[in-house]
Design a protein around this ligand. Structure first.
Ligand code: FAD
Length: 438
């Protein structure tokens, strides 16, 4: 599977163009190189600079997962060999692993609530590190830089021709757009209702939409919290404003879990916290998996969400939980396949949040409740009562009297406009089906 979609590429290059603009205002410039940064350093920059300058200083963000850490290790080796000076910062999370009140990452609690309570009681929500101001100037790069090594930053608009007007994420990448979204979400007071609206499915207002900006580092969680806490002082502090902190701390938690468990977050068997047995997955799953990916399972609530992901690169948290549970618990398909599909398609893909949440839903991570399985029909009735979500993404269900359970509508059945269910309907859905058909 490709590691990122065209929608994600557009978002990334929006951000690089925007960074370049900011650097130009500071008499600097962004140089774009595609490949391993250590190759760039070793093959092109070090031979060139070592004759003219005493040492190159490399600034990096500390990372949490294998591939990124592999680059970090290569850079550490160059530092040990005396070829560069390395300055690394924990800047993608609210808390650095060194700030933790649990001694070390090895003692990180295996249950989120214990982690959150530990942080809130020992550090306190309002005492977390503040963001640093951006530098007012950045030194000019030496004019003799070997420019032929670098490419032009790709044009973001070359990746996507037409946007889907139904998208819940009608936003573009870059720091300026991230700050605009943050400002909008606070100044429109949407944040005051976040806890009530966050399980929404249609439109951009129901949740913050910060995740894609956070995933690429276009904004930091500390910057979001700074503005959020100022808003709480100036306007209002309620359950909803608290809940944004609560969710951002989940993001930190999944990153710290990745540090604690290393590559186990990617293993089919999971974290093995409670000695989970290796689940048996369906063997010949390719057709079913394909139906799931394409939004053709015949279960509208699942199909709507999967079609949304494919068309827009975004899916709400409520829908992510449902499609993940459906894949693992109803279709019996290996969770890592679903996680890879998400990785390939989500604009906000973050390895820690993605694999951490999939493990959680699959019951192989740190969910304290064992055997949790979403009742898709109940979820559909609870969160899409007016069927707006399924009709938005499965328009061929227009005219069906039970859009959440089209197989219940005899006159609609068999018209071939919408696929038949790919599974036998679980008996636990029955009582909710009656409501769906009424
Ligand atoms: P909001 O509801 O507005 O939340 C505010 C912020 O809190 C988010 O931007 C995010 O940074 C953080 N947050 C909220 N919920 C979670 C959570 N469950 N786990 C971690 N952080 C959270 N989130 C990603 O950022 N990248 C992923 O690759 C990703 N994959 C997921 C896969 C599955 C199977 C599931 C169930 C969830 C996944 N999430 C992922 C978490 C969550 O769904 C998204 O962060 C959220 O939907 C993004 O929309 P938002 O910014 O409007 O969120």
């Amino acid at each position: 599977m490709p590691r990122r979609s065209n929608l994600t590429s557009r978002f990334l290059f929006d951000g690089l163009q925007s960074l370049n603009k900011t650097l130009l205002t500071k008499n600097s410039k962004l140089f774009y190189f595609k490949g391993n940064p250590c190759t760039l350093l070793q093959q092109f920059l070090l031979p060139f600079y070592s004759q003219q300058y005493s040492k190159i200083v490399v600034y990096i963000s500390n990372e949490y997962t294998y591939e990124e850490k592999a680059v970090e290790l290569q850079l550490q080796k160059l530092e040990k060999e005396g070829k560069i000076s390395l300055c690394a910062f924990w800047n993608s999370t609210i808390l650095s692993p060194t700030d933790l009140p649990f001694g070390s990452v090895a003692n990180l609690p295996d249950v989120y609530t214990n982690f959150r309570k530990g942080v809130e009681s020992s550090i306190g929500q309002y005492n977390v590190p503040k963001p640093l101001p951006p530098p007012s100037t950045i030194p000019l790069l030496p004019p003799e830089l070997p420019c032929n090594v670098f490419e032009d930053i790709p044009d973001p608009d070359s990746f996507v021709k037409v946007d889907d007007s139904r998208t819940a994420f009608p936003l573009r990448g870059g720091e300026a757009n991230a700050l605009k979204r943050l400002n909008y979400y606070l100044s429109s007071n949407s944040v005051d209702k976040y806890k009530v609206t966050r399980n929404g499915l249609v439109g951009h207002e129901y949740s913050t939409k910060f995740s894609p900006y956070l995933a690429f580092g276009f904004i930091s969680a500390r910057r979001i919290l700074k503005d959020l806490f100022e808003y709480e002082k100036r306007v209002t502090a309620n359950d909803s404003t608290y809940w944004v902190w609560f969710e951002l701390l989940w993001r930190d938690y999944f990153k710290l879990l990745a540090l604690k468990f290393g590559n186990r977050i990617f293993h089919r068997g999971g974290l093995n916290i409670r000695g989970n047995s290796n689940p048996r997955w369906l063997e010949n799953d390719s057709l079913l998996f394909h139906k799931w990916c394409m939004g053709q399972t015949g279960i509208p609530f699942v199909d709507a969400a999967m079609r949304e992901l494919l068309a827009t690169g975004f899916m709400s948290n409520r829908a992510r939980q449902n499609v993940a549970s459906f894949l693992v618990k109803d279709l019996n398909i290996d969770w890592t396949k679903g996680a890879e599909w998400f990785e390939s398609n989500l604009i906000d893909h973050d390895p820690c949040s993605n694999y951490g949440n999939w493990l959680y839903v699959a019951g192989l991570g740190n969910d304290p409740i064992e055997g949790r399985r979403f009742n898709i029909m109940k979820q559909a009735k609870d969160y899409d009562r007016d069927c707006r979500f399924v009709l938005t993404w499965c328009p061929e269900l227009q005219g069906c009297t039970s859009p959440h359970a089209p197989w219940m509508d005899r006159s609609f059945q068999g018209q071939g406009r919408y696929p038949a269910p790919a599974i036998s309907i679980p008996p636990t859905w029955n009582k909710h089906l009656k409501a769906a058909a009424s």
